[in-house]
Every structure is written in structure tokens, then in C-alpha cells.
Design a protein around this ligand. Structure first.
Ligand code: BGC
Length: 246
């Protein structure tokens, strides 16, 4: 199946047509910058622009940075509260003029890594964490997703962990890679205490820079960078249609 995958992040929407059987992008990805927080108008216009760029008329899958239940948007992190309690399916169907499916952005990245990347064939407990504007998480056991696990929001020193260890915090607090990795290690230790994962996959924008920080990462579980790098979000967004049964 060919699906236009759109990954909605805190600083941009990125999209490309995806072959859901192979996980391959069928064209170069198109990126539209947004501000964070982002108005409905700006976010929906960015989705429209991506569909228009590919002159897309087929199915669209979107990874959204918030809780998604049956197409409805629940609590939202960095994108802004105006998105909360909206019917995401209706909003994005109107914006793109296409049939749409919606799921959490980190769940999307996790599905892509389990199908085509670092989690392929892994049946134990696998935790994928995306480090970007926030921290996203996707939890798997027996290859099955536990949806909407918002593990970037586990509290640490009175704030959500994502305000302490997200990739955006590294830049904002001017931490070097080693200093940031120390924070990530604190976070991984808490995740390990809670879930005993067999494999931890580090995804999001930082995954393509793994050479800069992986050597500082310490955990009991095996920790590997996402193999699809930042494309995992786009590929996984398209897989929303496979989840939904096409
Ligand atoms: C949101 C999550 C999202 C993560 C990564 C968090 O702020 O609450 O739903 O997966 O950011 O975008």
C-alpha cells in the first residue's frame, strides 16, 4: 500500500510517500517549518502544503505529538493546548482532502523500527524513546504496541522528564553531548526500574548523530540508535493504515 506519511514535530512537519510493505520512502521528504506552540491554522496549512507538494489523493497517515484515541486528540505536549479535544481525523481530512489515519508520533516511530529497523524480530520488552522537542515513547512486548505511553511526562524534580533531557533542552541549556548523556542516563535508569526493557532504541532527530553521544550512554539493557533515523516517524505514520487494517 502507498500512503503519504506525515510526521508532526515541535518544529516542522515532514512528509513523504511510503511503501508500507517495505518501509521505503518513494520520494524525497518534504519539510514545512512551524512554530511551537502552533495554531490550528498553521499546523493544518502545513499538512495541506505537504499533500499538495506530492499532489497526493491517496491515504494519509499522520504521527501527532500527543495522545490519540480513535482519531481524537487528548493531552498535547509542546504543540499547544488548542489541539486538545479536537477530532484529529476530521481536521486533517478537511485540510488535506484525503482519507486520514492518526496515531501518536512516537508510537509511529516505534512501529516503523519494529517492522523495518532496530526492533525487527524482537519479542521481549522493547522501549523506543524519541529525543526531540520533547521525549516520546513507544513500548512493545511480544511485538505488540502498548499505545500512548507518555513516558516523557514521568516527573523528575517536579517537572516532566522531557524538560530535563529532551534534545531541545541540550541546545537551550548549552550542554555538550556528554553532559546531555548524563541526563539521558538518569532517565534511562528510571525507565529500567519501571519496565525492565530488553532493548532500548534511541530515536528522534538525535539518532542520526549517535556517534556523538552513544559512547556516553550507560544502561543495563542493550541501547541502540534507531536504524531508520528520523524517517521512522514518517514511515510509522504511514503504517497507521496497516494498524487500521488498510
Ligand atoms: C508528547 C508526546 C510525544 C512527544 C514527542 C511529548 O510532549 O506528550 O505525545 O510523543 O512529545 O513528540
Amino acid at each position: 500500500m502507498k500512503v503519504l506519511g506525515i510526521d508532526i514535530g515541535g518544529s516542522a512537519l515532514k512528509g513523504a510517500p511510503v511503501d508500507t510493505k517495505t518501509g521505503r520512502l518513494l520520494a524525497e521528504r518534504h519539510r514545512v517549518e512551524i512554530k511551537s506552540p502552533c495554531s490550528l491554522k498553521e499546523g493544518l496549512a502545513a499538512a495541506r502544503e505537504i499533500a499538495r507538494h506530492f499532489q497526493w489523493k491517496g491515504p494519509v497517515g499522520l504521527g501527532f505529538p500527543g495522545i490519540i484515541k480513535a482519531g481524537r486528540i487528548g493531552a498535547v505536549g509542546n504543540l499547544g493546548r488548542v489541539w486538545e479535544n479536537q477530532n484529529g481525523l476530521t481536521l486533517f481530512r478537511r485540510a488535506t482532502g484525503c482519507r486520514v489515519q492518526l496515531l501518536n508520533d512516537a508510537d509511529a516511530a516505534g512501529l516503523a523500527e519494529m517492522a523495518f529497523g532496530a526492533g525487527r524480530g524482537r519479542t521481549g520488552t522493547v522501549l523506543l524513546l524519541t529525543f526531540g522537542t520533547g521525549i516520546g515513547s513507544a513500548l512493545f512486548y511480544g511485538g505488540k504496541l502498548f499505545p500512548n505511553a507518555e513516558l516523557g511526562h514521568v516527573p523528575w524534580r517536579g517537572k516532566p522528564f522531557e524538560r530535563y533531557a529532551a534534545a531541545a533542552v541540550r541546545k537551550r541549556a548549552r550542554l555538550d553531548w556528554q553532559q546531555w548523556a548524563v541526563r539521558v542516563n538518569v532517565y534511562l535508569a528510571v525507565m529500567e526500574r519501571l519496565f525492565s526493557p530488553d532493548l532500548i532504541i534511541i530515536g528522534g532527530g538525535v539518532s542520526k548523530k549517535s556517534a556523538k553521544f552513544m559512547r556516553y550512554i550507560r544502561a543495563r539493557a542493550r541501547v541502540v540508535p534507531a536504524r531508520l533515523h528520523n524517517d521512522a516517524g514518517i514511515v510509522g505514520a504511514a503504517l497507521a493504515w496497516e494498524q487500521a487494517g488498510g
